[in-house]
Design a protein around this ligand. Structure first.
Ligand code: ADP
Ligand code: ZN
Ligand code: ZN
Length: 743
């Protein structure tokens, strides 16, 4: 690469531009995104610091106008500047305005000022005070005596109270301050949401062999100055969190800070608690239920260096730390790491970029790594460590797969297979607990045959068609549509329909078959209020119910030693989500669900009910064989050029006038096809999965190419055109780089 894009470290208003410089010969190949550099800037060519945010092979300006980069700057970097550089990178990669990107990375600066509480604190003993008070009274120093009396009653009083209620002039207060009797403290009040709720304790066991290998391996790299990304592939309960904490403790001892990303606070409360127990008040937490003020306070605590470890969902990655040494992403495969608003960034990618900028190592942890991350580990981009056993000797659950087509054939129309019913009865008799999991991901519009289990695929994209309100089946990628057939195209059965069961029906069915069973339900309806997750899980943990029925949220990260049976009611539903990640999600959900059974001393069992027991995602999940799943899935991605085998770019168009929107998206499709970029695949335009929302119509075009650079280049060209040409003014356009969910 000949040219480097730099964002210059000057005031806020001027950063919405990226400046291009020529790379001098000796620096070629040495520059990395996020590196701090020195560049000539402005009229006087004053040397100014900046950050590398990208590279270009061809210049965006006349070459004679491009200046040469001066050099690389070694050493520390201010947090705010790092974040601005991160915003610039996000803008380039994911597509947004600089403003949108800045608003994403920088915390909302509160209009209301911080709570500035000035307090008066007594600095002499009560005895000394009493002696002094007698002296004041003798000398008729009335004002001073009143203030001292108040301070003898309470060691600390607010300035406001002293000044207003006691009518004391500031000069009196200052007088006592000068005499060393009191001090005025104007501590800003920072709210720390979990302060004092947990007691600190040390780990009271030794790390096992595999944990040690991971810790020592990663730390040896770190100590040698090697910074890279590692994948920690470990089954649930294998001790990944302990590995994170050990590495963080070492980094903190070395004067560094750490960021820990978790999918969602409400579901990972136990993890947060463990961090508090290990690192005490040097931990701060961000989550969606903090008020703006509380959230901002956490940022201030971080900025002031009062905090070593910041935990939170994806936005915690923007913590204003300047000394990050470790960046952890727990459950890295979770789709909540992808932002669904512009800029549609992926927290994993953004974290890796930020880590490069501040010289941090990145650790991705998961029992079911994303196909992307595992692919990177296979190619050697990421280091790979495994934790293959559950700690404490808990054995993996025994998994059986039940073919629901057989159940129907043999006359069982209940949503519970005979095997599941027998198993439930057994647990109730023993006083053990059961979790029933209803996989509802991708449920809307899902149609399948209850006799043969097949869904109806798009003839062009190999994803499942979904049923829309007008009775037609559509493909969300290419727009193919067809009438809903009256009978199954594969086997002719008339039992073809959408799957309608919800958690309430499951609850009813449990009560019908097992009168007297105590059932708790955890789904969207029962968890809308604050702390409702915690309450339900807490009650279940205390044994206040025999069965917990729920959606995805029950399969994540909770330890219930008395749960020895997990039933997955309709495993395949997520397979029919109409996007290319359906099999990956199904595998992840089933593996997690099976991992919930038998966390304690008793052996666990999982029963997976499905219409397609032969599907590889179900077979490999039942066998708990990640490697086999990955091989199959990667083959499919290669065959159809889906990420990570290729890169994909969604261009989403929306607007209130359907005809204008259709016209524009057709024009866009045409334009992209006319580019004739070699190897470029243009899919669509077609109606989005959600084709109308609040009377705004939505359409999408998808692009695929082997090389991400080609797609990013095309994105840039489109951005310029959308900005210049007024025909686009009535259309709102968003880009989605490597989309996770259908638009
Ligand atoms: P993961 O993050 O992989 O789900 P955790 O770190 O939460 O696993 O570990 C599961 C449980 O095992 C925790 O209660 C943890 O304290 C305990 N544990 C972890 N490592 C060890 C070990 N080496 N010896 C004993 N107990 C351990
Ligand atoms: Zn059929
Ligand atoms: Zn299609």
């Amino acid at each position: 690469m000949e040219f480097v894009n730099v964002i210059v470290d000057i005031s806020h208003e001027k950063v919405d531009r990226v400046f291009q410089y020529r790379i001098p010969e000796p620096l070629k190949g040495r520059l990395q995104p996020g590196m701090q550099v020195e560049v000539p800037f402005g009229m006087g060519n004053r040397r100014t610091k900046g950050y590398v945010v990208g590279f270009a092979g061809t210049p965006d300006y006349p070459p004679e106008k491009i200046k040469e980069l001066s050099g690389i700057v070694e050493g520390g970097v201010r947090a705010q500047t790092q974040l601005i550089a991160l915003a610039a990178w996000m803008r380039e990669r994911y597509g947004s305005t600089m403003n949108q990107a800045l608003r994403t990375v920088l915390p909302v600066r509160q209009k209301t000022r911080q709570k500035q509480e000035r307090r008066l604190v007594r600095r002499i003993s009560v005895e000394e005070g009493e002696t002094l008070l007698r002296e004041y009274k003798r000398k008729h120093y009335h004002a001073k005596a009143r203030l001292l009396e108040a301070l003898l009653l309470e060691e600390t009083i607010s300035w406001k109270k002293a000044a207003e209620e006691q009518k004391l002039p500031a000069s009196v207060i200052r007088g006592l301050e000068e005499a060393g009797i009191l001090t005025v403290e104007s501590e800003t009040q920072y709210r720390n949401p979990f302060a004092g709720r947990f007691r600190e304790k040390e780990r009271d066991f030794a790390l096992n062999e595999e944990q040690r290998r991971a810790v020592e391996g990663i730390w040896a790299d770190y100590a040698r100055g090697i910074r890279r990304t590692y994948l920690l592939h470990g089954v649930t309960g294998s001790g990944k969190t302990e590995v994170y904490m050990e590495l963080i403790a070492r980094a903190v001892s070395a004067g560094k800070q750490a960021v820990v990303l978790i999918p969602e606070i409400a579901l990972t409360f136990q993890t947060v608690k463990r961090f508090y127990e290990r690192f005490g008040d040097r931990v701060s937490v961000m989550h969606s239920r903090l008020s703006d003020g509380e959230r901002y306070d956490q940022f201030l605590r971080a900025e002031r260096g009062d905090v070593d470890v910041m935990i939170g969902p994806r936005s915690a990655l923007f913590a204003p730390f300047s000394r990050i040494g470790m960046m952890i992403i727990d459950e890295e495969h979770e789709s909540s790491y992808k932002s669904e608003t512009v800029p549609r960034y992926h927290a994993r990618e953004a974290a890796i970029f930020r880590a490069q900028m501040c010289g941090a190592s990145v650790i991705l942890g998961s029992a079911t790594p994303s196909v992307e991350s595992y692919h990177h580990a296979q190619t050697g981009d990421y280091g790979l460590y495994r934790l293959s056993e559950r700690t404490g000797g808990a054995r993996p659950a025994k998994v059986s797969v039940i073919d629901l087509r057989n159940e129907l054939r043999e006359g069982n129309r209940s949503m519970f297979s005979r095997k599941l019913q027998t198993a439930m009865k057994e647990r109730f008799a023993k006083g053990q607990q059961v979790m029933l999991f209803l996989n509802r991901r991708g449920l809307s519009g899902f149609v399948s045959c209850r006799s043969c289990g097949k869904a109806i695929p798009c003839p062009h994209c190999d994803v499942t068609l979904s049923l829309h309100n007008d009775g037609k089946l559509r493909c969300h990628y290419c727009g193919y549509e067809t009438q809903m057939p009256p009978a199954c195209p594969s086997c002719g059965s008339r039992y073809i329909s959408g799957f309608r069961a919800g958690t309430q029906q499951v609850e009813r069915e449990v009560l019908k078959r097992f009168p007297g069973a105590r059932v708790l339900r955890m789904d969207y309806d029962t968890t809308r209020t604050k702390e409702s997750h915690e309450k339900i899980l807490d009650a279940f943990g205390k044994g206040e119910a025999d069965v917990l029925v729920g959606t995805q949220m029950i399969v994540k990260g909770h330890d219930f030693p008395n749960v020895t049976l997990v039933g997955v009611l309709a495993a395949d539903i997520s397979l029919y989500a109409s996007d290319y990640r359906a099999a990956e999600r199904t595998f992840q959900i089933l593996t997690q669900a099976a991992g919930r059974a038998g966390r304690g001393a008793q052996a666990g069992e999982a029963v997976i009910q499905t219409y397609v027991p032969e599907h590889y995602s179900i077979r490999t999940a039942a066998a708990q064989d990640y490697e086999a799943f990955f091989q199959q899935e990667m083959m499919y991605r290669r065959l159809l050029s889906y990420p990570p085998a290729a890169s994909m770019l969604g261009v989403y168009l929306s607007g209130p006038e359907e005809e204008v929107l259709i016209g524009r998206s057709e024009a866009l499709g045409e334009k992209l096809r006319r580019m004739r970029a070699e190897g470029l695949v243009v899919i669509g335009p077609s109606a989005a999965a959600l084709s109308r929302k609040n009377d705004i119509y939505r359409r999408a075009v998808y692009l695929k190419h082997e090389r991400e650079a080609v797609l990013l280049q095309i994105k840039k060209r489109l951005e310029e055109e959308f900005e210049k040409d007024t025909v686009w003014q009535k259309i709102y356009i968003q880009f989605d780089y490597n989309p996770l969910n259908a638009y």
